[in-house]
Design a protein around this ligand. Structure first.
Ligand code: NAD
Length: 248
């Protein structure tokens, strides 16, 4: 198994893409710290990993809190002795508004979770990885980390900034053995899309040359794959996993 003996953490892993990342890390041999603010479904992810023969533990972490990201990394070190891999996945979509219609609170909410959370996570993870000789951090950006989308202003801004943070860390920490990558999912079948009507769904499908929306496992498998040592020269990159969305 490509991640045998590694210790991983995933934020926002109670459902959706984060859950799929936890399952993929574990099936590749990593021990996984599952974290989220939804403790019930977070524990369900742990149970799914365990039922599949993997090893996992749950830790509550609101990713918009620096202290809770520090505590999450401490939990990984205390439970499994070290931290080798991290996936900064937790994220939320905005109220659909044109840019000038966002009030301060909604702007701050989206930036706090989708951008501050990635920085707080990376800072704690990098400090831990520096102490043990390296690691791999995968940030979940989006196609909207490369292009705009109507009504998604603060989300688009945050996801572009996540790509910038990913490059910055590669520049500063490659020599210390830390690789940092950003994954850019197209639209994926998760709770984020649960309020779509048929017309809205068809509109999204039409934006993907693949002719469909993606599945969470199709992102989880890529995160686990790029975290393996066989990807050792890949660093600082934005990797699209979007059914061709950005090729249009
Ligand atoms: N689904 C898509 O179409 C899509 C496309 C591109 C990128 N993404 C990104 O993928 C990531 C996962 O999204 P998803 O589609 O699986 O969404 P989801 O809503 O299914 O899961 C998001 C998870 O994050 C958790 N969460 C919310 N706020 C949190 C906080 N403050 N701290 C910690 N956890 C928190 C939720 O409880 C939930 O478990 C997000 O960063 C999202 O922006 C999703």
């Amino acid at each position: 198994m490509t991640l045998d003996g590694k210790v991983a953490l995933v934020t926002g892993a109670a459902t959706g893409i984060g859950r799929a990342v936890a399952l993929a890390y574990a099936s590749a041999g990593a021990k996984v710290v599952v974290s989220d603010i939804d403790d019930v479904r977070g524990q369900e992810t742990v149970d799914l990993v365990t039922e599949a023969g993997g090893e996992a533990t749950y830790f509550h972490c609101d990713t918009s809190s620096a202290e809770q990201n520090d505590a999450l990394v401490d939990h990984a070190k205390q439970t499994y002795g070290r931290l080798d891999l991290a996936c900064n996945n937790a994220g939320v979509g905005p109220a659909p508004l044109a840019l000038a219609d966002f009030d301060d609170d909604e702007w701050r909410r989206i930036i706090a979770i989708n951008l501050d959370g990635v920085f707080f996570g990376m800072r704690a993870q990098i400090r831990a990885m520096l102490a043990t000789g390296g690691g791999v951090i995968v940030n979940i950006s989006s196609i909207l980390g490369q292009v705009a989308f109507p009504g998604a202003g603060p989300y688009v801004a945050a996801k572009h900034a996540v790509v910038g943070l990913t490059k910055q860390a590669a520049l500063e920490y490659a020599a210390a053995g830390i690789r940092t990558l950003a994954i850019g999912p197209g639209f994926i079948e998760t709770d984020i899309l649960k309020n779509l009507d048929d017309e809205g769904r068809a509109g999204l499908v039409a934006l993907h040359p693949a002719g469909r929306i993606g599945q969470p496992a199709e992102i989880g498998e890529v995160v686990a794959a790029v975290s393996a040592d066989s990807w050792s020269f890949a660093n600082g990159a934005y990797i699209p996993v979007d059914g061709g969305y950005l090729s249009r």
